[in-house]
Design a protein around this ligand. Structure first.
Ligand code: DC
Length: 210
């Protein structure tokens, strides 16, 4: 491998970035941080305790990230709402930067990893998919979990979150200029992984494993 490998993966919800990040981290044996989980934990805890999200972000504990309620749609919306607050973002910044600076290297996925958290990462991926493809995935995932919903509702909630995440002043969702754009609309998880891996290998990074 050439140098310390930090991989920044950004993109909107249900683009496939989380699945991709996990596979890439496993392939390169790197620690992985789902940065969205931090915002989910802040949103859910601030709501439950009726505390200012900024204070919750400053005192976030590892056990807060283990709450099974963080994967619900309510948590998604709460996360997106607290994520617009500059002081919440500032209070979560050091933890993320420290994670990225581990000597082993790291994979982080989120919205602003390539632009704000790790602007010097040697590998940046921006994963997208059409709104319809993303809503269909999210709809199937929710149905698989037994959640009673309809696709137009999933689409509308996703559009609202995308708009908030992209239009906020503080670290909005956007591709870093040097990010590799990966549109997964017509790709399954294997194809997305293969395309991402080919890009990373072109950059000179290879897994040292078997
Ligand atoms: O990736 P996710 O769906 O778990 O993220 C939940 C919300 O958290 C998302 O709507 C916006 C916010 N977020 C963010 O602002 N910055 C990040 N790096 C990760 C997530």
């Amino acid at each position: 491998m050439s140098g310390r490998l930090v991989i920044a993966i950004d993109g909107p919800s249900a683009s496939g970035k989380g699945t991709l990040a996990k596979r890439i981290a496993a392939h390169f044996r790197l620690p992985h941080l789902d940065t969205g989980l931090l915002y989910r934990a802040v949103g859910v805890k601030a709501d439950r305790l009726a505390q200012p999200p900024e204070d919750v972000a400053a005192g976030l504990q590892p056990e807060d990230l283990a709450d099974p309620g963080l994967r619900t749609d309510v948590a998604s919306q709460l996360a997106s709402q607290v994520a617009v607050l500059p002081q919440v973002r500032a209070n979560l910044l050091n933890f993320q930067k420290k994670f990225a600076s581990q000597s082993a290297g790291a994979v982080l996925d989120g919205r602003d990893v390539g632009t704000v958290i790790c602007p010097d990462a040697p590998v940046k991926l921006f994963v997208t998919a059409s709104a319809d493809a993303r809503a269909e995935r999210r709809f199937q995932e929710l149905r698989g979990r037994g959640v009673d919903t309809i696709k137009p509702r999933v689409l509308a909630e996703m559009a609202e979150r995308d708009r908030r995440d992209s239009e906020r002043a503080a670290a909005p969702l956007k591709a870093a200029p040097d990010a590799f754009l990966l549109d997964t609309s017509d790709m399954d998880a294997d194809a997305a992984f293969a395309a991402a891996l080919a890009f990373i290998e072109r950059k000179g990074f290879r897994s040292s494993g078997p």
